[in-house]
Write a protein that binds this ligand. Sequence first.
Ligand code: CP
Length: 314
Amino acid sequence: MENFFSVNDVEDVQELLKKAMEVKKNPLANATLGKHKTLGLIFYNSSLRTRISSQKAAFNLGMDVITLNIGSDGWQLESKDGAIMDQGTAEHIKEAAAVISTYVDVLGIRCFAGLEDRETDYNEEVLQNFIKHATVPIVNLESSTLHPLQSLADLVTIETHKKKDRPKVVLTWAPHPRALPQAVSNSFAEWMKKADVELVITNPEGYDLAPQFTEGVTVEHDQKKAFEGADFVYAKNWSSYDSYGQILSANPSWTIDADKMAVTNDAKFMHCLPVRRNVVVADEVIDSENSVVIEQAGNRVVSIQTVLQEFLKK
Ligand code: CP
């Protein structure tokens, strides 16, 4: 694995999952593997889980961590090739990526979608430029269209709680007052397609994800029908892909409540967090015994530690 940008960088997902389950069982098994190595973290956007779990995973491996917050303590970086830099950006990613590579051994970057121009977001200009110009492995901490560390943590959560070899996993759209990217949902779909699960995606008309992520997946516009017999319900809001970045509906009838969970196969409730209570999911569901959201967030340490180990062992 050269970088960890998407599931396509992973040679064998089942093998990586096996390694992740080992990390979960014994997080300090490789406590000196990263001695004298440094993890760099660049954040263009806010974070709770990604920031802290990355630091914790690095510490479990004996690594040091350097964090840079673009916007508050870093220069604004230019990502366009050939840009005439007479406006807000002070430094090009070409130099920044090369320079930071002399300071760190692995570099994680978070840069969300702007949700204004679909082509710009789906070209993944920032992450791809870092991959092109850095000389160390790049880890995607959530880019415009993908959140693979979240998906690997999700897969670990499903593996931990599944009661049958091929569980039914339902990814459901849920309402939200703000326009959110499709990254978590895109990534979840592409990872689940490589896992041993039956994946069903349910969303209102107008909210179908990009076809490259839904190809071969059942997309059901009737949420309750989709929930029938589900072993896992994964809730997430995303803005429209077709009417790019738009909120077409905030229909509260899509909120996950106990009535809907009642038609499942005693499903576990999942969400990547942060979550808007009683908008995305009712308290009665997220506070229920079947909610695994805290363990799921805890598995974020497992997912990045597994990926870091792959780079450190090279
Ligand atoms: N799920 C997730 O990535 O959380 P943060 O945005 O808090 O990092």
